[in-house]
Design a protein around this ligand. Sequence first.
Ligand SMILES: C[S@@+](CC[C@H](N)C(=O)[O-])C[C@H]1O[C@@H](n2cnc3c(N)ncnc32)[C@H](O)[C@@H]1O
Length: 299
Amino acid sequence: MYHVPVLLDECLSALQVKENGVYFDGTLGGGGHSSAILSKGGNVIGVDRDEDAINECSRRLKVYGDRIKIFRSNYKNASEILSQEGVMLDGALLDLGISSHQIDTAERGMSYRFDAPLDMRMDQRQLLTAEMVVNEYTEEELLKILYEYGEEKFAKRIVKNIVRQREKSPIRTTKELADIVVNSVPASVKLPQKRTFQAIRIEVNNELRGLDKAIKDIFSFLKSGARLCVITFHSLEDRIVKQAFNLLSTDCICDKSLPVCVCGHKAEGKAFKKVKPSQKELVNNSRSASATLRVIEKL
Ligand SMILES: C[S@@+](CC[C@H](N)C(=O)[O-])C[C@H]1O[C@@H](n2cnc3c(N)ncnc32)[C@H](O)[C@@H]1O
């Protein structure tokens, strides 16, 4: 199985797919969400930056003919793609993070469960790899990444040991990096490598910068009454989505100390309460545990 779609029923109920409606899927992955939208009669403009995802979706979704258009691109290019297509949307979806296929394919270097080259790129055409981040970034840059993207409280010790090791010989594999991390933190720490690997992956793939702009861009292509669903997998992503949705659904954004509004800002959307996976989904797919769905409707 390439990937089990997360919060699928909840997304479908939020999107209320219309026959012949046009939907944007900025993170095709294995095509789980898109395939469900297509089977309900919608049309999909689908994007992924990973070649494997493009190949999988081209094969899996071929039966839908010209109701699916697939682009190998970054969802941050949504404005260009949607302007070129000349469409307004009946709904949109971003299912952020990585697919099971990416994390379970050893040679992608995303997981500390395997010994593989330190790669971690979602887009295999990109030059920057995890090996470059680990060996070429300054000590200060690495510290910042581990603190900001990993919220790793042992960042100092880990980075010191990375620098000490790379002075002797370059760190080339996931196992070498994982061993350094494990030896840098107290034995009582659960899943010690998780935060460092997440932080470096976020940096390699530039996962957080530009997400708020992409949300605003995609939102601007929604028809009135259409909805954007965003699924996140950690608090850093979720914070960005929550803030972007708050801004889009708030009238006045003046400083609270001002007696009257001077900004003239008007809400363009209505944000719904966040949704977490059901007990049933958690039992069937443990990878859904950290997922959060946020939905906003264009007014
Ligand atoms: C969690 S998976 C999506 C799974 C999909 N919804 C499904 O049901 O099969 C995330 C996918 O988004 C892609 N992705 C992540 N960031 C991206 C970006 N900025 N632009 C395009 N694709 C991206 C990844 O390559 C990955 O295939």
